[in-house]
Design a protein around this ligand. Structure first.
Ligand SMILES: Nc1ncnc2c1ncn2[C@@H]1O[C@H](COP(=O)(O)OP(=O)(O)OP(=O)(O)O)[C@@H](O)[C@H]1O
Ligand SMILES: [Mg+2]
Length: 150
């Protein structure tokens, strides 16, 4: 069996809904036999990605939704966050580690996600931008059930 979808949530683009996203992910985490530090990496990355989707993608327009989908297989977790914005080119985003950016207090979300997750890709989609993030599991992610990864 390929990746299995284990959860999906759609929220309006206002920052108060970040708490709903956190509650949703913590609920999913309860079914995963994974160390807390792995789950914390995923939770932080979800929060950064959803924040970007709401603020930069959807311009905090409550009528525009952020869709979060969560997949799992035996070897990794996959998180997909999609917005309804016009997209962006990740390679043109300034590197916060460059000297002229070190004192800036924003511009670090993508770096954090890339650091905490094992694979991060950006996929322009019709009607929005999608970020896909994978986190490898040190042991079977899904409690010993046979689930091959695609
Ligand atoms: N979903 C998105 N849609 C459009 N632009 C985006 C999206 N995600 C990121 N960006 C662009 O990439 C830039 C870098 O994002 P990043 O999360 O690293 O920093 P930031 O959101 O500006 O600040 P913070 O450190 O608070 O996250 C953003 O300023 C924005 O221009
Ligand atoms: Mg950000």
């Amino acid at each position: 069996m390929p990746l299995k979808k284990v959860g999906e949530l759609s929220v309006p683009s206002t920052l108060d809904h970040l708490a709903d996203v956190d509650q949703f992910t913590e609920g999913l985490f309860r079914n995963l036999a994974l160390p807390r530090e792995i789950l914390d990496d995923v939770a932080i990355s979800i929060s950064e990605a959803v924040n970007n989707a709401m603020v930069h993608g959807n311009k905090l327009d409550p009528a525009r939704k952020v869709l979060i989908r969560f997949y799992v297989c035996s070897r990794y977790l996959r998180l997909v966050v999609r917005d309804q914005g016009t997209g962006f080119q990740p390679e043109t985003v300034p590197d916060p580690r460059q000297e002229q950016n070190l004192l800036k207090t924003s511009g670090r979300g993508l770096l954090i996600m890339r650091h905490l997750m094992d694979r991060v890709t950006f996929q322009p989609r019709r009607g929005g931008m999608q970020i896909v993030m994978d986190k490898y599991c040190p042991q079977d992610c899904y409690g010993g059930t046979e689930r091959n990864c695609a």
